[in-house]
Unconditional design. Sequence first.
Length: 338
Amino acid sequence: MSVVPITNVIRRLSIVHATTYSYDQTVTKSAHRLHLRPINDWRQHVSAYSLTTNPPVDVVEFEDVFGNFMARFDINTPYAELSIRAESVVEVLDIDPFLFTKNLANRPTLPLVWMPWELKMLQPYLTPQELPDTQLKEIYDFTTGIAAQNNQDILETLFAINLTLFKDFKYVPGSTTNATTPFEVLMNKQGVCQDFANLFITMARLLSLPARYVCGYIYTGNTGEARAQSDASHAWVQIYIPNAGWKDFDPTNGNIPHLDHVRVGYGRNWRDTAPAAGTLYSPANELMKIDVQVIDLANDQRMKTPFTQMTNHASGSAPRSSTTAQAQQRGPGASVKG
């Protein structure tokens, strides 16, 4: 059965992602990698994309080992501030996110048995984060309890985990860091999208369900109804379901991604999909500011012509966005951004 849009509706989203790095000392050399170009496939189409930097650099774009678009560049001249601006227009197709549940001949149940060749291909997405065995057992017991409540039905278990993390855990910006573990999230029952994604991934992998991290964007309309309260980079998960493939779950908002989510990258964890990462070869302290804007073009009169000469290029200087979504101080020396 071919998969087609359930209606002719296509949501067109304009995305601007601007990042500025300021340093307290001159940086003489640095290397950078970016995941900012959205994925282009049968569910979403990238009709325009532009990447600009200041200072201007030569950008090399390629496909990484996970199939994501990646850009890399080096700076070998002194600078005290770096700005990176990515602009995209993405058409998201209106495809029923629950269609796969109707097309399964048999509902998969736990425990799962994978063929040897499947295990070999899926292994990176089956290994949970390395934690003390007592902590993993706590997460395992929590997960198997949910599975038991749903008669070991895989789909119902995944839907229940998605809703549990949404209903029973608090969305508290600033309450965690990149070092926060899934166990800490489970114990404290609070965090942000990255934390809920990490916990969901760990829970799924402990059930022998392949799970991968998804980084992208979410359109909120700034209505306050979504838990991600403003336009920002967003994280959710994909679970590989037998005879159905990779399927999206957003535990931060307790839903199945549909027309509000734009996918940029997949990976084993957040490090594989970081929007911006880099290494400084100078002992400088860094201040990072991120501005993200996601606009529905059908509903916004300001963006009828969203960008000037919006073609697939990567060079030049970048103007600043007006709203600061995040600022984070980094230490001296080599740093990872994002």
